[in-house]
Design a protein around this ligand. Structure first.
Ligand code: KIV
Ligand code: ZN
Length: 381
C-alpha cells in the first residue's frame, strides 16, 4: 500500500507547557527540543514569544540549536505578536509563525465581540502581514471543532489566498467525536477551492478522551500534518499524545507514514515527565509504567507461551526493555516458576506447591512481591 508521508508537529514546549503546573526551565526546553529534533519531528513549536520574556528567550535559544526541524512560534492575529515572534525566530535555520483567531460563533461573539466578516478581514490581513516577515505562516482557526463548516471553509479559503502555507483546524475544546472530526476535515478538503495550495493540520484536545482517535480520523480524511505533545500534556486534559499516534501509525496498516524514529519515545517521555514534575499515569497507553506489565495468572501464562498472546507492541520499538512479569496475588504458577528459574532457585515439584501456597499468603498482604521476598521465602522453607 502506498503511504502518504505526513508532518509531525510537536507542541510540548508550547501547548504542553500550558498544562497546569507543567512549567519547564529553559535548560529542559533545550534538552527536549534537541531530542525531538534527533527523533525526526518535522516542526517544533517552541513557545509564544509575546506572552513572557521567558517564552521569548526559549524560542530564541531553541531557534539557535535546532539543526533539522522547522522552529515555530505562536502569535495571535496582531501585528505586535507577529513582530515579536519574528524577532524570536531570527536565528532559526527554518522557521514558521503560527497565528490565528476564533472560528466558532461562540468565540466570535463571546471572545472577540465581533462578527464573521470582521474575523475574516483580520485573519486575511494578519496572514498577509506575517507572510512578508517569515518564511512560512501557519494559520489556526481556533475552536474549529465547534465552528460552522461552511464558515470554516470560507475562512480556510481566505487565509490561503492571503498566503498561509499550513492551515490548522484545532478541536480546541476536545468536543468532536472521531466521525465528526473526520467529516469536518473532509468537508474542508472537498469544498475549499484553493485547499491544494496549503497543508491541512489537525490539532486535538483530549477533553473527552478522543484526541488520538480524532487525530487519526483527521489524517484519514486527508490532513497533511498532525500536532501533539509527548505524554499528551497540554491545556486541561491535554493534547494528542504523540507516542500514541506514532506507534499506532507504525503497527496498524494505515496509508500514512512519518519521519519519526520511535526508539526515542521512552526516553523522551521520561525526560518530559521529570522536567515537568508531572507523573505519567501508570496505565497511560504506550509510556505508562504498566503499559507492558502483565499481572494476572492467565495473562502471564499466555505471555510466557508467546508474548504475542497479550502484547501488540514490542517495547523495543519505543526504546524500552521488556519489564519482568509482576508477581502479585493474581499471578499463577507459570510466572512464579519462571522467576524462580531466573533466580536460580530450584525445587522438587512437591516443594514448589508448598512454596506457591506461602507465596500467595504473602501476596495477599503486599501489592507486589519482589526478588528479596522470593529469596527470603525460599530460605525459610
Ligand atoms: O487548541 C488550540 O486551538 C491551540 C491553538 C493555539 C492552535 O492550541
Ligand atoms: Zn491546543
Amino acid at each position: 500500500m502506498e503511504k502518504k508521508k505526513i508532518d509531525i508537529f510537536d507542541t510540548t514546549l508550547r501547548d504542553g507547557e500550558q498544562g497546569p503546573g507543567c512549567v519547564l526551565t529553559l535548560e529542559s526546553k533545550l534538552n527536549i527540543a534537541e531530542k525531538l529534533d534527533l527523533m525526526g519531528i518535522d516542526i517544533i513549536e517552541a513557545g509564544f514569544p509575546i506572552s513572557s520574556p521567558g517564552d521569548f528567550k526559549a524560542v530564541q535559544e531553541v531557534s539557535r540549536i535546532i539543526k533539522n526541524a522547522k522552529v515555530c512560534a505562536l502569535a495571535r492575529a496582531r501585528e505586535l505578536d507577529i513582530n515579536t515572534a519574528t524577532e524570536a525566530l531570527k536565528h532559526a535555520k527554518s522557521s514558521r509563525i503560527q497565528l490565528g483567531i476564533g472560528s466558532s460563533d461562540i468565540h466570535i461573539k463571546h471572545k472577540f465581540n465581533t462578527n464573521r466578516e470582521e474575523i475574516l478581514r483580520v485573519a486575511h490581513d494578519m496572514v498577509k502581514y506575517a507572510s512578508k516577515k517569515v518564511e512560512e505562516v501557519q494559520f489556526f482557526a481556533e475552536d474549529a471543532g465547534r465552528a460552522d463548516n461552511n464558515f470554516l471553509a470560507k475562512m480556510v479559503e481566505t487565509v490561503i489566498t492571503a498566503g498561509a502555507k499550513v492551515v490548522n483546524l484545532p478541536d480546541t475544546n476536545g468536543f468532536c467525536t472521531p466521525f465528526e472530526y473526520y467529516e469536518k476535515i473532509k468537508f474542508i478538503i472537498d469544498n475549499v477551492p484553493n485547499v491544494h495550495k496549503a497543508k491541512i493540520s489537525v490539532h486535538c484536545h483530549n477533553d473527552l478522551g478522543m484526541a488520538t482517535a480524532n487525530t487519526i480520523a483527521g489524517l484519514l480524511a486527508g490532513a497533511d500534518q498532525a500536532e501533539g505533545t509527548i505524554n499528551g500534556v497540554g491545556e486541561r486534559a491535554g493534547n494528542t499524545a504523540l507516542e500514541e499516534l506514532i506507534v499506532t501509525l507504525l503497527i496498524k496498516d494505515l496509508p500514512i507514514s512519518t519521519n519519526v524514529n520511535p526508539t526515542y519515545i521512552g526516553e523522551l517521555s521520561q525526560m518530559v515527565e521529570k522536567a515537568m514534575s508531572n507523573p505519567v499515569q501508570s496505565n497511560k497507553a504506550i509510556v505508562g509504567k504498566n503499559a507492558f506489565a502483565h499481572s494476572s495468572g492467565i495473562h502471564q501464562d499466555g505471555v510466557l507461551k508467546n508474548r504475542k498472546n497479550y502484547e501488540i507492541i514490542d517495547p523495543a520499538m519505543i526504546g524500552l526493555e521488556l519489564p519482568d512479569l509482576i508477581l502479585t496475588s493474581r499471578s499463577g504458577r507459570a510466572a512464579l516458576k519462571n522467576r524462580l528459574v531466573a533466580l536460580n532457585l530450584s525445587f522438587a515439584e512437591k516443594d514448589f506447591e508448598q512454596y506457591y501456597e506461602r507465596f500467595l499468603k504473602i501476596a495477599d498482604t503486599k501489592s507486589i512481591i519482589d526478588e528479596k521476598d522470593l529469596v527470603h521465602l525460599y530460605k525459610s522453607l
